[in-house]
Design a protein around this ligand. Sequence first.
Ligand code: FAD
Ligand code: MLT
Ligand code: ZN
Length: 476
Amino acid sequence: MTDFVDKVRGIVGDRGLITDDAAKHPYLTDWRENYLGSALAVVRPATTTEVAAVVKLCAAQKVAIVPQGGNTGMAGGGTPHENGREIVLSLTRMKRILEVDAIGYSMTVEAGVVLKTIQEAASDNDRLFPLSLAAEGSCTIGGNLSTNAGGVQVLHYGNARQLVLGLEVVTPEGEIWNGLRALKKDNTGYDLRDLYLGAEGTLGIITKAVLKLWPKPKDHATSWSAVPSPDAAVELLSGAYAASQDNVTSCELMARQGIDLVLKHIPGAVDPLAERHDWYVLMEWSSTRARHEGTNAGGLREKMEAYLGEAMEKGLVLDAVLAQTEAQSQSLWALRENHSEAQKREGPSIKHDISVAVSKIPAFMTDGLAAMKKALPDCRPVPFGHVGDGNLHFNCQAPAGWDKARFAPHIEKISGAIYDLVVAYGGSISAEHGIGRIKVDELAHYRSKVELDTMRSLKRALDPQNIMNPGKVIQV
Ligand code: FAD
Ligand code: MLT
Ligand code: ZN
């Protein structure tokens, strides 16, 4: 394989190649530290042409490729297997913003651009790129599109799939498909773009994308409310659509257990309310209409205040704070966005990234918590998430003091109980994180034969040698 690595070096040069064990390590393990793989090399091409040449070489030598962006994925899809016969193909050197078309509300970028950089470029042009998630400082747009990422503004703007117009993709044969079309309408045969979105790198490598932009909001309101139950949370959201004149852009539900972990592990985190409550809702409204200042000052904040006041009278809200400044809004958001980090610092946990219809969230919460406790009475449920999309992170923290080895034998029973319940509720066992490596068996178990056969046929047709992220999403 020295010969293979030398040929790769011939394509990407020394700057594009990592073979040293210590330098490779961060690319061989996932954010959650569930997997530690091995790779012939970490290859970091600088252009689409280099990606295509590397893929052609891999196809000729039957070397499997694991595409990787910011390596923040939750499902192990970007981590190589342990056999050492794969390469990691990192897109992080392809980080140019190629065009911002403010008139046409689109932006063309390379796959390795960090999400936050894209948000900032949009904002600098008085536009919004609405994809937003806690990993936005390190995840890349290629990873976002390949996982069809969700995040905290899906209820208003949609998943990553809805935020993209065109793609450039390198196929498993090393061909370049230029689908970088900035078209809102294009009914010319099968939609190849949609195939690659959410494919988790198993069908090809996304090298560039044309993204959709929106007008930049000029007014925001953020509130943090203690609510008596998930029922009240769902009702609060339901009324907020009309009260805000359809300006609800985020609605996140959290249980006290998650807040306690954030307060324990994240320096500077502060509980904004004087008393403890069981459930919290973080709501963001935003509008392109600027607030009025001076006499008759007003905008979303006043509307939200009035709405929360009414909700309090109805008993839907027990206590609430409304951010008066951008800094206050950010510190409320930090309580929500630090849930994953706090859970990680607390110790082992299982993530159940599930969705059910929004109206079924309250009943699911009751049944799901009972099922989790029945499977392991000492476990610590940490449910939170994007309630406006029906997407809960129905996570389960190991009993206090347990390590991974002690917790591992219980995972199948706990997750099985939760996923069976999700399916009984007509929900999804992976709402936004994808399947990766961690849910390959679950996908095979919970999806119908016709769905699995169609997925396998697609994979075999597009990647006949099975070199593109093999063993992820679906076994062929
Ligand atoms: P990676 O982790 O590098 O890769 C993810 C998958 O995409 C892998 O299968 C990989 O092979 C493939 N891939 C990567 N780049 C390419 C490419 N260019 N072409 C083809 N395949 C590629 N996710 C959400 O959806 N919503 C959330 O709210 C959310 N919150 C998070 C919070 C935290 C703190 C963290 C750590 C993660 C969170 N995630 C969330 C998960 C993760 O950030 C997203 O899935 C993100 O989209 C992954 O991007 P990435 O660049 O890190 O991809
Ligand atoms: C989030 O929304 O913060 C993550 O997707 C949730 C998780 O880490 O489980
Ligand atoms: Zn999430």
